[in-house]
Each structure stands twice: as structure tokens, then as C-alpha cells.
Ligand binder design. Structure first.
Ligand SMILES: *[C@@H]1O[C@H](CO)[C@@H](O)[C@H](O)[C@H]1NC(C)=O
Ligand SMILES: *[C@@H]1O[C@H](CO)[C@@H](O)[C@H](O)[C@H]1NC(C)=O
Length: 809
């Protein structure tokens, strides 16, 4: 059985004190009492009247030697046996005794002897607010990155208050509370967990540190509190991007600026600190073609030229310079770079169409070239002017912008200037101007506007007779100032009859080179001169031609010996001249008459006495062949006189004939007869002469027939040739006689000149001097005398009167 008795405490400072006395029906434990006492009571402070509470008498306490038995080492309460009360023996610190355990109590035994009685006494220690809340550290340092978001929690160490109950920490207060708010959480074990919750974001850039105070206060009376200082350092977050100083940078730079030329400088600021505030620059988002043209200094933001700037390729560049901090933020500064044109492009000339040949009959204004002129530069640097050299009959015209045509300004004459060099010059208006030029060569193409032209309109040429057939007389030449086919001259003989014979039977002309050949051998004694026309024709279309008259003079050669006409030389008969003995000095015995079919000097005969019976008796007139006595005939002179007279012409070499003149010096005919037979002694001589004459005749006849055959064949051949030529439309294939070498020397000319000299002077009266053999003679012309003189006369008339060209002997 158990009985508990609660006794209110008689003495209590703050509260009613109850002593509970529970008496247990135990053999050992007679009862128990319970007291409550505030902590921190002074020594000797009354706890409770144990004697009364246990129902014991004080005397019993004394007799029973009542004493307290404590289990622990410390005894907080002592027994006052005399008064029967319990008092504080040692100051009680509840916090030490129980900590946070509540309620806090300790118990001890009260033991009595005689009889032994055991009582349990329990003393409850009541808490008083004797402790303040305290924080583990007086200061708290927190580093918070400014970028943390609202709602982020920061746990704080809670304060501690050893007191319990109301004396324990009742509330926390955080001041100031503009960024943070305090949240206190009660953990399941009753512990408190305090957290700071970020209410509004932090900004290092505004406030770098925050100082807060956390106050913990208990609920005791009076309140006790503890504080802790919270130092918050706001750490920089890279919350600021770099900012370009200008949103758009504009710069200008000349093209062809060397590498390293500073274009502009970009700058950017970053409000962040440290690496987050360090700005670096780079070029971003660049078109491929302008990638390596600029470079930016990573640190300073200086923008430099790094490549070739060509205005013609790109007039502006837009760069994005990225300013970045080390935290991944960036800004982009736009840079617009204007390239300034420089006069660095030479104007170009491009021939669009060009005819390098122009016909000389093109009218003025004919276009010969179209060209395009271009300069890639802009403005004045790209404005071009085009010109050509001025000394030529061409001018330049501008048709469209940038297009020019070169046209003729005047009529052209290829024969005068066959080609032109045109220099086209273009220059721009830059400073200094750039120029370029181009040469074009224009050839003037020929038009058949010039006929062939002979040097003379009339040619007079001499041809020695007895020429070999095919002998080239001379070369005609006509020049044609045209070009090519238009200047290819061919020569043609004009059809004509000369004395009943076609001109082609006399001469031929090489159509190619104009060489005039004699077709046959000419005999001066048959034809003295002839003339014909030669046409020179070019190969143009239509062809042009001109005509020259050629006069051929056959020149005499000494091909005929003098012929003695009198005295007639007969084989057997004897002809003699009679000279009377009474004849005076200068008596004309006879006259040797000889002719020479040649002409000129070749026909000028002289007579000489070659042999004579008596050289002192006769003389022969050198020019007239008159045989005269030079002294008185005497009786002593022989009857028969034989004279041998040689007749020589004046040719080179001279030819001669000899004539025998028998002279009888007698007074009567019978006298002559008596002497007649004596002449027969000359018979042998005459026989020999006859033989040679016959032989000569035969040879001459043979030669003549041969000549005739040759001439006829040549004629037939020529006739057939000409028929072929005239009946075909094919280009003329001229007849080329075989080439004969010019066997006749120029010596023949000598005769011509000699001849001419005599012809032009009046030969009847004046002296005509000749070189060589003729020079020794003084010729006195007697119109009535010899046939030789007549021959000269007739020749003169032929030459003076060209309308009777032929004299056939
Ligand atoms: C044109 O130029 C060429 C070559 O440069 C030269 O041979 C020729 O003689 C020149 N012609 C004229 C007409 O100047
Ligand atoms: C040559 O031609 C001209 C005219 O072209 C003419 O007058 C002259 O008579 C001609 N002469 C001969 C020898 O045919």
C-alpha cells in the first residue's frame, strides 16, 4: 500500500512548495517525502520540515540518530535534527545537476536507528533564469555570392541557454531584416534550427558587406538575451556583362593601308571585379572573305589592318568585336569600317571588235574598232578619258559610256601610207592620274586604183641586125603602186601588122617580166625600124592598163662587102680602058663604081690603088673611085697597064672588094688589039676568081634556104601558138622564145652613135670625123656622084620620115 502526502511548503520564494510525503509500507522504507526548492538557494536555506512531514518527533530524530545518506558524491541538503528540518547544504545548480532534463530532482535517504527506519526524500530543483542565451561564436562570417537567388537558406548556429522552460530561448530576432528573414524550425528532438532566408537579391556592386545581428532571447523574467554578429561579405558574381563604350564604331581607312595601320579602338567596361571585370576583345561573326583583314588587340581593343584592303572588292566592312569577361558574359561592339578609294587601278582598254585591215576606198566615218574602257576605281579615280594620237586620219568617238569607237576621218590612200599605228591612251582623273595605252596596227587594204605606169610613154631601142632569134632586146617595166594582185603587171603585145606581117612574128614580150625578144633575126637591109604598142595590165578586178609605144631601130652592121658594079668583072672577056697618049695630067681614065648594101659607115666606100704596073701614072680618087693620070703619058709607058683597085667600106672591121682595071695606053684601037692577048695571062687568075665566086654563091644559097626554112617553121609555130592563145579563156601563157645569150657586144652601139653624129649635122657641108680608119678621111659629099651617097640619103629619109619604115633593096 502506498500513500502520498503533499505538503505545501511553508517557505517558498517564488512558488508554493509542496512536500509530498509518500509513505510506503515497506520493511525498509517507512515512507518518503518530496520537496521542491529553487536552485541557487543560499546555504542553510530551509527546504522542508521533514519531521513534521514524516510524522516523526524531533526527539525520535535525535534518538534515532537520524542522518542523510546520499548516493552521489555531493550532498546538497543537510538535516537539522534539532529542528527536524532540511536545509541547503550546498548551492544547487540545476543546470549542472540536470542539464536540460526537466523536471530536475535528486533524492536521498533519511535513516533512523532504534528501530531502523528508512525514508526517501526527493527534492525537486526548480529552474530560475540564471543563464543567458549564448551563441557558440560571437561573430559569424558568411561569404555569399551575389548571384544566389531569393529563398536560398543559410543555416546559422543556434544559441544555447542552459535554462529550461520559459527560461530557455524563446525567440530569435535578426536585424536588420531588409535582405534576410529568419526562420526557426523545431526539430523533432526539440532542438531549434535557425536559418537565414534570402529575401531580396544581393548586389555586390551596391553593397559589398552586410552586418547583421542575431539576438536570441529567453522568456525569463527579466529577459536575458545573447547576440551574435553576422558579417556577410557579398562575393562578386559575374553578373555584369561587359558593355561597349559605343554601340557602333565608325571608322575609315584608306585602301592599300599597310598591315598594322590602326583603324579604331573599341573599348568596353565591366562592372564586375577581378577576372569577371577583365574584358578581352575578339572579332566574331566575320564573313569568310574578310576574316584575315582586320585583327583586334585582345587586351586594348585596338583594331588594326592585317590584310589587303581593296576598295574594289569591298567598300565597307562590318565587324563584330566581341568584348568578353572571363565569366562567359560578352557584349558585341559593332564596327563599321569604310574603305576610302585610292587611285590604284590602271584604266583598262578592251577591244570589243577590231578590223585590222580597212579598204582604202572606205568613206570617212568607217568604224574600225570598238572598245571598252574601264577603271575599277570610283569617283574621279575611275573617270577615264580616252584619246588617240592626232597625226592620223582617225578620230575617236564615244558612243556609250565606257564605249568608244575609232572611225576614219578622211579618205585613205594605201599607196601613200599603207598602215597606221594607232595608240589609244586612257587616263583617269585620279591624282596622280594613271594611264595605260594600247597600240593597234591598221593596214590599209588595196583597191585597184592605180594603173601600171611605164617610165616613158615611148621607148626607142636599137637592135643590131643579124641578131640571133630570141635575142632579148630590152626589158619593159611598168610599175603599179597598188599591192598584191592589183600590182601584178602582165605585158601584152598589141596586135598590129607591120608590112603585112603580124607584129608577133617580129617580137614577143614576156608577159611576166616584160622582156622583149626578137623573134627572128633582122636584116637592116630589109627592115630598118618598126614600132608597136605594149600593154601593161594589172591583175586587179577590174584590171587597169596602160600602153607604151616601143620603137625598134635595126642597126646596120657591116655584113655586106662592097660590090663593084663597074668595071664589070667577067670571066674571060677583057675590058680595058683606053688612055690616049696625049692625055693630060688628071685625065679621067675610068671610074670604079661600087656599092655597099650596108648603110652608114658600113657603106662608105673608099678606093685605093693596090697594085699598078706603074704606080706613078695613076691615082684613084679615095672617095669617088675615079682613076686619073697623075703625069703626062709618055711613049715609054707600057701599053698595057694593069691596076688593082681595092674598094673598102668604113665598117668595123671593114670589108673590101678588089677590082682589076686594065688600062691600055694607046692612040688607036688596033694598037689595043695587038696587046689584047697579053691580058690572057691573067686567065688563070680569073679562073681562080670564078671558082671562088661559084663556091661563095653556093654557100650563100644554102644559107639562104636554111634561113628560109627556119623562118617559115618559126612562123607556123607562132601562128599556131597565137591561135591557141587567142582561143582560150585561160590566163595568157605567153610564148617564151628560147633565151639566147647576147652575143653581140656593145661595140655595135659605137656605130649608132657615129651614125647619129653624121645624121644630125649637115653631112654635105661639114666634116664628119670618125674614130679609127675613117678619121683620116675628109669626105666631101657630092650629091651627084656615087650610089653610096644615095644610100646614105635614102637612109636619112627613112629615119626622118617614119611613115616609110621599110626599104627593100
Ligand atoms: C608601226 O609599228 C610597227 C611596230 O612597232 C613598226 O614596225 C612600223 O614601222 C610602224 N608603222 C608606222 C606607220 O609607224
Ligand atoms: C599605140 O596606141 C596609141 C593609142 O593607145 C595609138 O594612138 C598609136 O597609134 C598606137 N601605135 C601603134 C604603133 O600601134
Amino acid at each position: 500500500m502506498m500513500a502520498c502526502l503533499w505538503i505545501p511548503a511553508r517557505r517558498g520564494r517564488w512558488q508554493a512548495l509542496f512536500v509530498t510525503l509518500c509513505l510506503f509500507e515497506l520493511s525498509s522504507v517507512a515512507g518518503q517525502a518530496r520537496y521542491s526548492v529553487p536552485e541557487e538557494q543560499a546555504e542553510g536555506s530551509f527546504v522542508g520540515n521533514i519531521a513534521r512531514d514524516l510524522g516523526l518527533d524531533v526527539t525520535r530524530l535525535i534518538s534515532g540518530k537520524a542522518r542523510i545518506i546520499t548516493k552521489g558524491s555531493r550532498q546538497y541538503v543537510d538535516l537539522n535534527r534539532d529542528k527536524g528540518s532540511l536545509v541547503i547544504k550546498e548551492r544547487i545548480d540545476r543546470e549542472e545537476l540536470c542539464g536540460k532534463t526537466t523536471p530536475c530532482s535528486f533524492s536521498f535517504e533519511l535513516i533512523l536507528e532504534n528501530p531502523i527506519q528508512l525514508y526517501r526524500v526527493t527534492v525537486e530543483v526548480i529552474d530560475i533564469n540564471d543563464n543567458s542565451p549564448s551563441f557558440p561564436k560571437g561573430e559569424i562570417h558568411l561569404n555569399i555570392v551575389e548571384s544566389v537567388t531569393s529563398g536560398t537558406r543559410f543555416s546559422l548556429e543556434s544559441a544555447d541557454d542552459p535554462d529550461v522552460g520559459i527560461n530557455d530561448i524563446q525567440k530569435y530576432v535578426l536585424t536588420p531584416s531588409d535582405h534576410f528573414k529568419l526562420e526557426v524550425q523545431i526539430q523533432p528532438d526539440g532542438g531549434k534550427f535557425i536559418e537565414m532566408v534570402l529575401q531580396t537579391p544581393l548586389d555586390r556592386e551596391k553593397e559589398e558587406t552586410h552586418n547583421l545581428v542575431l539576438i536570441a532571447s529567453d522568456g525569463g523574467e527579466p529577459h536575458r538575451s545573447g547576440t551574435v554578429r553576422i558579417h556577410i561579405t557579398v562575393l562578386d558574381a559575374n553578373d555584369n556583362a561587359p558593355v561597349c563604350s559605343q554601340p557602333v564604331y565608325k571608322a575609315e581607312v584608306k585602301e592599300n593601308s599597310p598591315t598594322g595601320t590602326v583603324v579604331t579602338s573599341v573599348s568596353a567596361t565591366d562592372a564586375d571585379k577581378g577576372v569577371y571585370g577583365e574584358v578581352t576583345f575578339s572579332i566574331s561573326h566575320v564573313a569568310k572573305e574578310s576574316k584575315h583583314i582586320f585583327e583586334v588587340n585582345i587586351k586594348t581593343g585596338e583594331l588594326k589592318v592585317a590584310g589587303n584592303l581593296d576598295f574594289e572588292k569591298s567598300k565597307t566592312f562590318q565587324l563584330n568585336v566581341k568584348a568578353s569577361d572571363h565569366g562567359g558574359h560578352s557584349d558585341t561592339c559593332k564596327v563599321i569600317i569604310q574603305i576610302i578609294d585610292e587611285n590604284d587601278n590602271i584604266p583598262t582598254i578592251q577591244l570589243m571588235s577590231f578590223s585590222n585591215s580597212i579598204s582604202e576606198d572606205s568613206p570617212p566615218g568607217t568604224t574600225i574598232a570598238v572598245m571598252n574602257v574601264d577603271d575599277e576605281d570610283s569617283d574621279g579615280n575611275g573617270v577615264v578619258k580616252c584619246s588617240i594620237n592626232s597625226d592620223i586620219p582617225f578620230k575617236i568617238e564615244s558612243s556609250l559610256t565606257g564605249y568608244y569607237t575609232i572611225v576614219t576621218e578622211d579618205y585613205l590612200d594605201r599607196e601613200n601610207i599603207p598602215e597606221y599605228n594607232i595608240t589609244i591612251t586612257v587616263s583617269d582623273q585620279g591624282s596622280p592620274p594613271l594611264t595605260s595605252s594600247k597600240n593597234i596596227n591598221v593596214k590599209i587594204s588595196d583597191v585597184n586604183d592605180s594603173p601600171p605606169r611605164f617610165e616613158q610613154s615611148e621607148y626607142i631601142k636599137t637592135l643590131p641586125e643579124n641578131n640571133s632569134p630570141g635575142f632579148s632586146v630590152f626589158t619593159l617595166s611598168a610599175s603599179d603602186s597598188d599591192w598584191g594582185q592589183n600590182a601584178r603587171v602582165s605585158y601584152f603585145l598589141e596586135e598590129k601588122e607591120i608590112n603585112g606581117a603580124a607584129v608577133t612574128s617580129l617580137v614577143s614580150v614576156n608577159s611576166e617580166n616584160g622582156v622583149i625578144h626578137a623573134v627572128r633575126s633582122f636584116d637592116y637591109e630589109q627592115i630598118k625600124w618598126f614600132e608597136f604598142n605594149v600593154t601593161a595590165r594589172d591583175a586587179g578586178s577590174p584590171p587597169l592598163s596602160s600602153v607604151a609605144t616601143v620603137k625598134i631601130l635595126i642597126q646596120d652592121q657591116n655584113d655586106n662587102p662592097p660590090q663593084v658594079l663597074y668595071p664589070v668583072q667577067t670571066g674571060g672577056s677583057l675590058v680595058a680602058e683606053m688612055v690616049p697618049r696625049s692625055a693630060d695630067v688628071g685625065y679621067l681614065v675610068t671610074k670604079v663604081v661600087a656599092v655597099d648594101v650596108d648603110s652608114g659607115q658600113n657603106a662608105w666606100l673608099s678606093y685605093k690603088l693596090q697594085k699598078a704596073t706603074d704606080r706613078a701614072l695613076f691615082e684613084v680618087g679615095l672617095q669617088n673611085g675615079e682613076i686619073r693620070t697623075i703625069r703626062q703619058v709618055t711613049d715609054k709607058d707600057a701599053v698595057k697597064q694593069r691596076l688593082s683597085v681595092i674598094v673598102e667600106d668604113n665598117g668595123q672591121p671593114s670589108r673590101s672588094a678588089t677590082v682589076i682595071v686594065n688600062v691600055v695606053v694607046a692612040d688607036s684601037f688596033p694598037e689595043v688589039l695587038s696587046e689584047f692577048t697579053d691580058f690572057t695571062q691573067d686567065k688563070e687568075y680569073n679562073d681562080n676568081l670564078t671558082f671562088y665566086l661559084v663556091l661563095a654563091l653556093a654557100v650563100v644559097s644554102f644559107l639562104f634556104i636554111t634561113c628560109l626554112v627556119v623562118i617559115i617553121s618559126v612562123k607556123i609555130y607562132r601562128w599556131r601558138q597565137s591561135r591557141i592563145m587567142f582561143h582560150s579563156n585561160l590566163p595568157v601563157i605567153p610564148y617564151y622564145p628560147p633565151r639566147y645569150s647576147d652575143t653581140l657586144g656593145t661595140g655595135t652601139l659605137q656605130h649608132v652613135y657615129n651614125y647619129e653624129v653624121c645624121r644630125t649635122t649637115d653631112s654635105r657641108k661639114s666634116d664628119c670625123k670618125f674614130g679609127g680608119a675613117g678619121s683620116q678621111n675628109v669626105l666631101i659629099m657630092d650629091p651627084s656622084s656615087t650610089g653610096t651617097m644615095q644610100r646614105i640619103q635614102s637612109e636619112k629619109s627613112i629615119l626622118d620620115e617614119p611613115d616609110s619604115p621599110l626599104e627593100v633593096s
